[in-house]
Every structure is written in structure tokens, then in C-alpha cells.
Design a binder for this molecule. Structure first.
Ligand SMILES: *Cc1c(COP(=O)(O)O)cnc(C)c1O
Length: 421
């Protein structure tokens, strides 16, 4: 459920008509609903309520500081994958004790930043990273709390670009090699083993791969404890999928996910961490765009809109489907026709949908791409010198621009022409 609904014949974000935001901010823009973000976070809180836990929002899905502050104020932890994301979490007021640091390529610089600023745990993904972290911690006279990210070799059955838990993926340490790496971690100075970490992929629409992975983590917990390691936290990653179409998909609910976690690892008495991104942010955002032209092709009509692949790359990068709706509610029973919905960029990949049945649309009409809150604005670029798409947050009848569209002066002033040219 989200809070983007038709009311009085026009699509609203909570109590604010999207057309009103468009008139103020211009198009395209992302719009997030505070009530939806809150609700999705609370679903995970409730799902894990019977176990000690921390829900760490995966910042990479939606990293605007205003959104992080909203979730952080509710008590959320944060999962960061870069020094930049660490800085965002801290700028949003989230204390280091609630931040976990994931990622296969942490630099020494990033390790120092997090160790000095405060960190709950590093999720370590390789032996060289472990040794470097030990050196950095010792040089700072501190101790780095760590979990080792294990690769359980399960097939997440999701898009190949976002599957991370098979042996062939670059992520984590093969679970079969984990005991040896934990033994090394226990010997290294400046390292304190606190848990085990796993994350098998994104947009999973079935609990079975999670359950298979978590069962392996449970076995590993028992084995490591027998070797004397104090495993007290299990970080089970993110990855729960969302419905991208209103009609047929029904991914598992957070409550079922929570029950499955309790069933597979609850008996171990560990503190549970999860790192959901998409399920919290995905359906909490829309991308609003305006029709520039309707163009008649040889055998189809093209809806050329002012959003493009640089603003929302998921369709061209992951073959992703986004529901598209007219902001003005079509009267019941009004006709539809198929459109190819495309952006203005000079690439055929700049296509949002082919043959999509939509109400009849004309130049100047507003449309909204649903489920665009996750991996939308964060992946935007200024390709074709299109200004970075702005972001708006709505709560009740308030809205605020939480990232302004840059001006062309700002864009051009970032380039420097060398004096010798
Ligand atoms: C991407 C990622 C997540 C979040 O995945 P979602 O599918 O958005 O829930 C969590 N943890 C790690 C380590 C990730 O890389």
C-alpha cells in the first residue's frame, strides 16, 4: 500500500496534488511520501519485534538526507556502502552505533572515516580487506567490530545484475572458507568479531532462497561458536522484492519474512540486523514527467516525455517495468491506446515502455512512473546535460523540495577550462 491515490480527479501524494508540485517545481521530479516510508519501515519493525533487532535502511536505494533523517528519527539504523553514504547518514543525525558498513571495495580512507566517526560494524568481504582494517584500526588505537560477509552459494532467482549470493558473484567469502577467515580475524589485532553477514540479492519475490541462505548461516553460527567465536549478531541483508505492477505480483510480506527469520535463526539468540532498501523506498516514490510530444510512427505512437533514462535508468539497465499512470484521473470507461513511452535522449535504450496501454494523452499532460522511489534518483546522472532531477518530500498537506534542480550556470561552472588551452 502507498499514499499515491486519485482524489478529486487528480493524483495526490498524501494530501498534495502532484499537479500542484509540478506547477511549482517543474518537471521531471521525484516525489516521496513520508507516510509510505514510515509505514514500510514500521512493517519491518513489527516483523522482527519478537527478537532483538536493528532495521538498517540500505541508503543506496534512496539516499537523500531528508529521507534518512525521517527514518533515522524513527530509530532506523543505516547500511552504507561508501564513505559518501556514511557522511549522508551522519549528516542526517544517525549515530555511528546504528551504521553498518558494507561493500566489496572499502578503501583505507573510508575505514578511517568510519572508525573515527563511530561505526556499529564493518561487513568484511575479503581477506585483504580484513588485514587492511586491522592495520587501520591499530594505527588509530581502536578496535573495529566486524562481521564477515559469507557467500552461501544460493540462487536468488532474480535479475542477473542484482543477484549476489552465487559462488560466481564478487560478493562475500565462500561460506566453506569462512571458518579459516574467522580464525584469522580472531588472531588479528584491532579486530573484534561480532557476527556473520549475508546478502544474496535484490528484488527477491520468493522466501525460499533467503531461507536456504539463512539456514546455512545458522549452521555456520553453531560451527563458529564451537570454535570459540562470540557470534552475537546476524546481519541478514536486504533484498525483499516489491510489486512493480498493481495486478499479478504478490511478493512475500515483511511479516512472513520475519516469521521465516525467527524459524531459521531465532533459536540462536543473536541480535538480528536486516538491510532493506527497496521495500522501504520503492513504492514510496513516483517520478512525475510531462508529455512533450505525441509522435506518430510507422506502426505505433510514441509518447515523448521530459523524463529520460538519465533520470530513471531501471528500465534500460534492468529491463524493469514501472507502472505509468496519467496524473489527471481518466474517467471510468474512457478509451486507452498503446504507446511507446520514450525520453528525449539520443539512444534507443531511452525507452520506458513499449506498447503500453494508457489513456489518450496529449502534449502538456502529466504522467507518473510508480514504484520509482528505490534506485531512481540515486542512479540519476546529467547525461545529455540534463540537470539532475530534483526531489520533493510530502508529508500530509506539506511538500518541500529536498534537492533542488541545479541551474545551468551551476552545471557549467563545475567544468574548468585549463589556462593553457
Ligand atoms: C543493495 C543492498 C541492500 C539492499 O537491497 P534491497 O534489495 O534494496 O533491499 C542491502 N544490503 C547490501 C549489502 C546491499 O548491497
Amino acid at each position: 500500500m502507498d499514499h499515491f491515490l486519485y482524489r478529486d480527479g487528480t493524483l495526490h501524494a498524501e494530501d498534495v496534488p502532484l499537479a500542484k508540485i509540478a506547477a511549482t517545481v517543474g518537471t521531471p521530479f521525484y516525489c516521496y511520501s513520508a507516510a509510505t516510508l514510515t509505514r514500510h519501515y514500521q512493517l519491518f519493525e513489527q516483523a522482527l519485534a519478537s527478537m532483538p533487532h536493528l532495521v538498517c535502511f540500505a541508503i543506496k536505494s534512496l539516499s537523500n538526507v531528508a529521507v534518512l533523517k525521517l527514518l533515522g528519527d524513527l530509530g532506523a539504523g543505516m547500511d552504507v556502502v561508501s564513505g559518501g553514504e556514511y557522511r549522508r547518514a551522519r549528516a542526517a543525525g544517525v549515530p555511528g552505533e546504528r551504521i553498518v558498513f558494507s561493500g566489496v571495495g572499502k578503501t583505507r580512507e573510508e575505514m578511517r572515516l568510519a572508525l573515527q566517526g563511530g561505526i556499529r560494524q564493518f561487513n568484511v568481504e575479503s581477506e585483504p580487506e580484513l588485514r587492511a582494517l586491522s592495520e587501520v584500526a591499530v594505527s588509530l588505537g581502536t578496535v573495529a567490530p566486524i562481521a564477515i560477509r559469507v557467500n552461501p552459494d544460493v540462487d536468488a532467482k532474480t535479475h542477473a545484475k542484482i543477484a549476489t549470493g552465487k559462488a560466481e558473484n564478487k560478493f562475500g567469502i565462500p561460506i566453506t572458507r569462512a571458518p579459516g577467515v574467522y580464525a584469522e580475524a580472531a588472531r588479528l589485532p584491532g579486530i573484534e568479531v561480532v557476527g556473520i553477514d549475508v546478502h544474496i540479492g535484490s528484488q527477491l519475490t520468493d522466501l525460499a532462497p533467503f531461507e536456504a541462505a539463512f539456514a546455512r548461516v545458522a549452521d555456520l553460527t553453531v560451527a563458529l561458536r564451537a570454535q570459540g567465536h562470540a557470534i552475537r549478531r546476524l546481519d541478514l541483508g536486504g533484498g525483499l522484492g516489491i510489486p512493480y505492477t498493481r495486478s499479478n505480483e504478490a511478493p512475500p510480506l515483511p511479516a512472513d519474512y520475519g516469521a521465516m527469520i525467527r524459524r531459521t535463526v531465532g533459536h540462536l539468540g543473536c541480535e538480528i540486523e536486516i538491510e532493506p532498501g527497496r521495500l522501504i523506498s520503492g513504492n514510496a516514490g513516483v517520478l512525475v514527467s510531462q508529455v512533450i510530444w505525441v509522435k506518430r510512427g510507422e506502426d505505433r505512437d510514441f509518447l515523448i516525455v521530459d523524463a529520460a533514462m538519465n533520470d530513471l535508468v531501471r528500465p534500460s539497465m534492468y529491463d524493469a517495468h514501472h507502472d505509468i499512470v496519467a496524473v489527471a484521473e481518466p474517467p471510468a470507461g474512457s478509451p486507452t491506446q498503446p504507446y511507446d513511452v520514450v525520453g528525449p535522449i539520443c539512444e534507443t535504450g531511452d525507452t520506458f515502455a513499449r506498447g503500453r496501454d494508457l489513456p489518450l494523452l496529449a502534449e502538456g499532460d502529466l504522467i507518473a512512473f510508480r514504484s520509482a522511489g528505490a534506485y531512481g534518483a540515486v542512479m540519476a546522472s546529467e547525461y545529455n546535460t540534463r540537470p539532475l532531477v530534483p526531489e520533493v518530500l510530502v508529508r500530509d498537506d506539506h511538500f518541500a523540495v529536498i534537492r533542488a534542480r541545479p541551474t545551468f550556470d551551476e552545471i557549467l561552472n563545475r567544468d574548468t577550462v585549463p589556462v593553457w588551452l
